[in-house]
Design a protein around this ligand. Structure first.
Ligand code: AP5
Ligand code: MG
Ligand code: ZN
Length: 213
């Protein structure tokens, strides 16, 4: 099963993608997580990406597309994968479509997690991410057992640098201008499925798994 997660920043793409990956035994591929891992390791890619991420802007397509095409060609992706945060522009979507076409493949479904902008800022300021394993929590909606400590690995939880309200506003603008057109793109491709992302996390997942079967 080859799945794309669409949705505004903070819509819950990562939260749902992790659950889908676990249930169906396919890798969760998040371009944001890949950039953050590179940043932590101090790679050239990480340094380049940080300049854009800190401003709430998109990393240029040419740094993103090859990276994902390479990742979905790895052995663990033969039975499918869930793409989280990619594609994010029409050129990225075309790059993906073309790369798959060369192998006589295509995506199965694009899941759009819809949440109005008003709800997003509140969600982001409460999000906490684990420095150790990348798990994501929310101080109100998905709290850890012990405050500030990851349930999964015991790592330290932090607020992401780009989750400050000013940056979140910028990311929302960028989303509407550059990523929202993908809703149309995948509607035309006949694979768009929209889910109401304002419901609680388990209900959103239930709707998605009903659709995926
Ligand atoms: P990325 O890491 O992808 O960030 P994003 O798209 O802005 O999305 P988020 O990760 O912030 O939100 P999410 O939808 O995953 O929500 P989550 O599940 O965490 O990208 C970061 C940056 O990298 C970009 O700005 C860009 O610069 C760059 N980048 C990445 N990919 C790129 C690409 N393809 N091209 C160019 N640049 C790229 O949930 C949010 C919070 O809400 C959590 O605290 C969660 O616990 C909580 N929550 C989730 N669901 C619910 C619910 N149903 N009810 C209540 N709370 C909920
Ligand atoms: Mg995410
Ligand atoms: Zn952790």
């Amino acid at each position: 099963m080859k799945i794309i997660m669409l949705g505004a920043p903070g819509a819950g793409k990562g939260t749902q993608a992790k659950k889908i990956a676990a249930k169906y035994g396919i890798p969760h591929i998040s371009t944001g997580d890949i950039f953050r891992a590179n940043l932590k390791q101090g790679t050239e890619l990480g340094k380049k990406a940080k300049v854009y991420m800190d401003q709430g802007l998109l990393v240029p397509d040419e740094l993103t597309c090859d990276l994902v095409v390479d990742r979905i060609s790895q052995p663990d992706a033969v039975n499918g994968y869930v793409l989280d945060g990619f594609p994010r522009t029409i050129p990225q979507a075309e790059c993906l479509t073309n790369a798959l076409k060369e192998r006589n493949e295509s995506m199965d479904i694009a899941i759009d997690v819809t949440v109005p902008d008003e709800n997003i800022i509140n969600r982001m300021s409460g999000r906490r991410a684990c420095l150790g394993c990348g798990a994501t929590y929310h101080i109100e909606f998905n709290p850890t057992k012990t405050e500030g400590v990851c349930d999964a690995c015991g790592g330290e939880l932090v607020l992401r640098d780009d989750d400050k309200p000013e940056t979140v506003k910028k990311r929302l603008d960028v989303y509407h201008a550059q990523t929202q057109p993908l809703i149309d793109y995948y509607t035309k491709a006949g694979i768009l499925y929209s889910v109401d992302g304002t419901q609680d996390i388990d209900k959103v997942f239930e709707d998605i798994t009903k659709k995926l079967g």
